[in-house]
Ligand binder design. Structure first.
Ligand code: AMP
Length: 406
């Protein structure tokens, strides 16, 4: 009898109906924040993942489906989406748009031991934002996650941590390595932990629980810049009611992460449904320009199984705006306005590099925005906003309520 390979499922009607609706909902939310869709090949050169995720990551080490093609190329079924997107950004010079937002949906492959919620072919929806290192970019990304789970009516908790940067992480890793060597007896795992001491935090062995809680915490080792970044992300995330829990043990599996990392859980389920973080050096590591990035991926199987029905949404936003701000202090009110506009089915794109107005409007041109909204102190005082027609250059001040209604 013929049958499918282990860990690779057929998705059949009527379940496919749920999948279709879910994919529409996910891409709709991405569109509301100005993300454009990217589709990369399912096969990539294996090297892309081994280099990017780290030779010692479980995925690169044990779980990749790799084969030698007839011409000798080593190809790999993609185990995740960030590395291929970063590759495409470099290859096609997509970074000519200085703040670049991309999303993807599709199958990923990892040769894991199949069990509930763990497959060898599974599907991810993910977003990646390039070009902004400011904390509000992290917050926007978390808001995308929040909006998705709110729309799906799923109770979400996001564990969040910072992994520091190239300056403050290495001394921390050294401390952790020394601690691990002193605290854990020599057995087969110690070699693994010595190579990558952060693996300690993934250990499920009960005898490691105490060691984990006694281990040095990375937050205490962050350099001032990383510490400020983290503090701002946490503060703004709380302001916008993002359901975060600080988790000093959260390390994530791939080498490319820097600073903010997070994982989301639904209800009591103890498998993460979403994982993400910053990867500020991945693009330059692959030979591209030095541009920061941040993103996440949601596992669709784990979403689908946690819900009965997927709500139906309008597939496309009604209008699209570029929202610019004048002055640092305007970012928070601008975020509130942007979120309300998105609640009203409008796409809102922001620069978030917190540069001068002219620079932000240049980006508005690059992304072909039809209308720009400008929020300065004067406008905010009057609950107003300046609406600018990007084609004619005409502008007028209107009430924020009126934009929401339009
Ligand atoms: P990761 O790329 O490992 O951070 O995974 C991101 C998300 O993809 C996870 O939170 C899961 O929802 C999903 N995921 C990862 N691996 C699997 C798998 N083997 N089977 C099903 N879903 C997975």
């Amino acid at each position: 009898m013929v049958r499918n390979p282990k860990g690779m499922r057929d998705i059949l009607p009527p379940e496919t109906f749920k999948w279709r609706r879910l994919e529409i909902l996910l891409s709709k939310v991405a569109l509301l924040y100005g993300y454009g869709e990217i589709r990369t090949p399912i096969l990539e050169f294996g090297e892309l993942f081994r280099k990017g995720l780290g030779d010692e990551s479980d995925v690169a080490l044990k779980e990749m489906y790799e084969f030698v093609d007839k011409n000798g190329d080593v190809l790999s079924l993609r185990p995740e989406g960030t590395a291929p997107v970063a590759r495409a950004v470099i290859q096609h010079h997509l970074y000519d748009v200085p703040v670049l937002r991309l999303f993807y949906t599709g199958p990923m492959f990892r040769r894991e031991r199949p069990q509930a919620g763990r497959y060898r072919q599974f599907h991810q929806f993910g977003i990646e934002a390039f070009g902004v290192s400011e904390p509000y970019m992290d917050v926007e990304v978390l808001l995308v996650v929040k909006r998705i789970f709110d729309l799906l009516g799923l109770p979400l908790t996001i564990h969040i941590n910072s992994l520091g940067c190239d300056e403050c992480r290495p001394p921390y890793i050294e401390q952790l390595r020394n601690f691990v060597v002193e605290s854990i007896p020599d057995d087969e795992e110690i070699e693994r932990f010595k190579k990558n001491p952060l693996k300690l935090f993934d250990s499920k062995r009960p005898e490691h629980a105490q060691v984990k809680s006694d281990a040095p915490k990375i937050l205490e080792y962050l350099c001032p810049t990383c510490r400020d970044h983290y503090a701002e992300v946490i503060k703004a995330a709380r302001t916008f009611a993002i359901p975060i829990v600080e988790d000093p043990h959260l390390a994530r599996g791939f080498d490319y992460y820097t600073r903010t990392v997070f994982e989301g859980y639904v209800g009591e389920l103890n498998l993460a449904v979403v994982g993400g973080g910053r990867y500020d050096h991945l693009v330059s590591f692959y030979g591209g320009p030095d541009i920061p990035g941040i993103g996440f991926a949601i596992g669709l199987e784990r979403l689908i199984t946690s819900m009965q029905e997927v709500p139906k949404v309008d597939p496309e936003p009604k209008v699209s705006y570029f929202l610019a701000t004048t002055g640092q202090d305007m970012i928070e009110p601008a975020f509130w306005l942007a979120e309300s506009l998105r609640d009203h089915n409008a796409e809102v794109i922001m620069d978030l590099r917190q540069g001068k107005l002219q620079k932000q409007l240049k980006l508005a041109d690059k992304v072909d925005a039809r209308y720009a909204l400008i929020l300065g102190e004067e406008e905010q005082k009057n609950h107003a906003v300046t609406l600018r027609d990007m084609v004619t250059g005409e502008q007028r001040v209107i009430a924020q309520e009126a934009v929401l209604g339009e």
